[in-house]
Write a new protein. Structure first.
Lengths: 344, 256
């Protein structure tokens, strides 16, 4: 699928501003953005459910921009599974085949295969209202995939689920995607989900895609300060880029490649860019943060240093520092992103 | 206590009038102050079964009410849906337009329609009376479907389109089956709106079109209480059936 210079509206509000990207068959492409960034508008425009004011959408080499939703070879799933309440699970999954007037024997074969792919073949005769939340999601996924669409669009499919269900539905999405290999476009506001699903992630900020990259690259090399902040990178240190192309701050110097102009700048980095070292800068522990997956410490430079707010650094969960401890830290310059101060 | 009050109300309000009508319809001679008829007869029921004017009126009433219910829904569904999908002043105007024929007294509505129906050649015909019945029925049913489609989750239709269904297929395979209970209730309501019409039938039918409600009135005026009671009993049957069949939450669509 290729989307070129797409302009779409959300009601009376401007929705998307010249958005372009392409997704290969079998690729998992995740669009991440804050609420109101235009994620749902993007999917609805591609699905033919929202008006397009400019640009072009190609699916499998065919311009579908002006085609109605049912002729796009694109399936769009809403955030909550919208099963047809008057049909059984089997008939829900068979629906896309029935409306295409597929032969009865083929309908039975394909619908059973799709139900087996989401491990729900035993519930074929059940009514949707009798299913659990996770089962409903899996039926909706099986129904979406049974007619083998070229593109599958998923609108925040995991956001309303508790962690256990989230794992179940994510696994179902990945399993179906691996089996049927549509181009998958999923939108979410959760970077962790994006990292677990995506081959590539696009970041939508203020109605525009500002960065497209594999998850690991996006997480360690945000292209703009806005992306870094959206990622929730906790550490920002003010400094200056000298005429020699060196960023200097209270945490030391970092040699740059010349891409950042001379003047005020901002260093942005994740906690894992910081390590403790006997020769580093002295900081005092102000708070220890325990999370399920990691432990960090919030530290402040010993003595008053302008431009250095509290930093979040890694901590050993088994032997965490105590509030008031003084530790010495160093910064790995290769793990730091530096942006001109004026940059958005 | 409340149960006893409800029971007393049911006896006084429903059972007693029905019992009196039943007694009248089978009464041979029944004069004041006798509590019960002195003799009994099946005359009016035999007349009904033998296909007399009462039977004819029954058939005409059933046919007209059925057509009004079905055609009323056919017209009211798109109108109600359109109002439900509109916003702002369009929605207000739509609701007001649908409410107007409901709020207007039938006698005033009939007087207003009479001239135009005479010009159109519809006055004095069954088709004309059905058209007149449709005016308040469509207004009422449009308001009903306005409520139905306001509560309807249109995302389920979007999903069906995205899954490959053309608009007609969405309508036939998704929307109609989901609202089938409300549709059945609406047809019944449309039926009852026509079934009980008196003023519009009299004004537009011009005495040529005979329905059960007109016959009740005519029999009463002629002093034929037995026939009036029989026609009145027949008049009560459909509303009782609809009441018995109606379920709570008829407006609530099935959740997707």
């Amino acid at each position: 699928m290729r989307v070129a210079d797409l302009v779409a509206a959300f009601g009376e509000q401007p929705g998307l501003d010249r958005v372009s990207f392409d997704v290969a068959q079998g690729e998992r492409f995740v669009v991440v953005g804050a609420s109101g960034a235009g994620k749902t508008t993007l999917l609805r425009a591609v699905a033919g459910l929202a008006p397009v004011r400019g640009g072009r959408i190609d699916v499998a080499g065919r311009d579908v921009t002006a085609l109605p939703p049912e002729r796009r070879d694109v399936v769009y799933l809403h955030q909550t599974p919208l099963l047809f309440p008057h049909l059984s699970v089997f008939e829900n999954v068979a629906f896309p085949l029935r409306v295409r007037r597929t032969r009865a024997a083929e309908v039975i074969k394909l619908a059973r295969e799709a139900l087996a792919a989401v491990r729900l073949e035993d519930l074929a005769d059940r009514a949707p209202r009798t299913l659990s939340g996770g089962q409903r999601h899996r039926v909706a996924l099986a129904r979406a995939i049974v007619a083998r669409p070229a593109v599958l669009l998923l609108d925040e499919p995991l956001s309303s689920l508790d962690p256990t269900l989230r794992d179940e539905v994510r696994e179902a999405i990945l399993a179906l995607q691996r089996t049927y290999r549509p181009a998958l476009v999923l939108v979410t506001h959760d970077f962790d989900e994006a990292g677990l699903i995506a081959d590539r992630v696009a970041v939508l900020v203020d109605r525009k895609i500002v960065q497209t990259a594999p998850p690991w690259e996006l997480f360690v090399r945000p292209a703009t300060l806005a992306v870094a902040r959206l990622l929730g990178v906790p550490n920002e240190v003010h400094g200056v880029v000298t005429a020699e192309g060196v960023f200097t701050s209270a945490l030391g110097c970092i040699a740059l490649d010349g891409s950042i102009p001379q003047g005020a700048a901002l260093a942005v980095f994740r906690p894992d860019a910081v390590h403790t070292t006997d020769t580093g800068t002295a900081v005092r522990v102000a708070e220890v943060r325990h999370r399920a997956q990691r432990t960090t410490a919030v530290v402040a430079l010993v003595g008053s240093q302008a431009g250095v707010p509290a930093l979040e650094i890694p901590a050993d969960a088994h032997a965490p520092p105590r509030v008031g401890d003084v530790v010495r830290i160093g910064l790995d310059g290769t793990r730091v992103s530096i942006f001109p101060r004026e940059a958005p | 206590m409340i149960r006893w009050m409800a029971f007393a109300w049911a006896v006084a309000g429903i059972a007693a009038p029905l019992a009196i009508l039943g007694a009248w319809s089978f009464s041979g001679t029944w004069f004041y102050p006798a509590l019960l008829p002195r003799s009994w007869t099946f005359e009016s029921w035999r007349a009904l079964l033998s296909g007399g004017s009462l039977a004819h009126a029954l058939l005409v009433s059933v046919a007209m009410a059925t057509v009004t219910g079905v055609v009323g829904c056919v017209v009211a569904i798109p109108v109600g849906r359109l109002i439900a999908r509109s916003t702002g002043w369009r929605r207000h105007v739509g609701v007001a337009a649908a409410f107007l024929p409901v709020a207007t007294p039938p006698i005033a509505l009939g007087a207003g329609l009479q001239y135009s129906f005479i010009v159109l050649g519809l006055a004095g015909s069954t088709v004309g009376v059905i058209c007149a019945h449709l005016v308040p029925a469509v207004g009422y049913l449009s308001l009903y479907f306005f409520a139905v489609f306001t509560a309807f989750d249109t995302r389920v239709e979007e999903e069906a389109r995205s899954l490959g269904a053309a608009p007609t297929q969405v309508w036939l395979r998704v929307t109609l089956p989901i609202i089938r209970r409300q549709l059945a209730a609406a047809i019944a309501f449309g039926f009852l709106l026509s079934w009980g019409q008196f003023a519009l039938t009299l004004l537009i039918g011009g005495g040529v079109v005979h329905t059960l409600s007109l016959d009740v009135f005519a029999y009463l005026r002629a002093g034929q209480s037995r026939y009036a009671a029989t026609a009145a009993l027949l008049l009560i049957v459909p509303p009782m059936l609809v009441l018995a069949a109606s379920r709570p939450g008829a407006l609530r669509a099935e959740a997707p």
